[in-house]
Design a protein around this ligand. Structure first.
Ligand code: ZN
Length: 104
């Protein structure tokens, strides 16, 4: 697909709305050639807001601690650096998907 003319946020929307499975930040960054994780999370936060006026919704699978299973609750999308419960830094990153609100 030729999507050179799309903005990063439009590409992000296309990628997540057509993906068959949730994607991690790392997978998204590789596919869209985004260099900084912080930049991706900014895009995702803006996208989540703008989708509120549409029939689509950004589904966020929250990050989890690989050590104790603690599930992070996030007001803003980001990847936490360590677990507040066991202090482990082995964090399973958040995953993302976009679906029609009718299908959720
Ligand atoms: Zn933990």
């Amino acid at each position: 697909m030729n999507s050179e003319w799309l903005t990063t946020r439009e590409k992000l929307f296309l990628l997540l709305s057509t993906s068959s499975k949730p994607l991690t930040s790392r997978e998204i960054m590789r596919k869209l050639d985004i260099r900084r994780e912080k930049e991706l999370y900014e895009h995702l936060n803006h996208l989540a807001l703008s989708l509120k006026r549409t029939e689509f919704t950004l589904i966020v699978f929250p990050p989890r601690c690989a050590n104790c299973g603690y599930v992070f609750s996030l007001e803003k999308i980001k990847k936490p650096s360590r677990c507040p419960k066991c202090k482990s830094q082995k964090i399973i990153p958040p995953m993302f998907l976009i679906r029609s609100k009718k299908d959720v």
